[in-house]
Write a protein that binds this ligand. Structure first.
Ligand code: CA
Length: 58
């Protein structure tokens, strides 16, 4: 297994598809490391142009 650090930066979304039945979606980003370690940003309510400015080092 290769070891090291992974720096992840999630900035923003554009033209995010609405998924709510009523109103706009509440988008978030989730990603997995090696297919099993799940990470997720907070949701942004009722927007198609979310901004997270999320950063993490894994
Ligand atoms: Ca909503």
């Amino acid at each position: 297994m290769i070891k090291g650090q992974l720096h992840v930066r999630v900035l923003e979304g554009r033209n995010v598809k609405d998924t709510d039945a009523v109103g706009r979606g509440d988008p978030f980003v989730e990603f997995w490391i090696d297919g099993h370690e799940k990470h997720k940003t907070d949701s942004r309510c009722n927007t198609n142009t979310p901004v997270w400015l999320y950063e993490t080092t894994l």
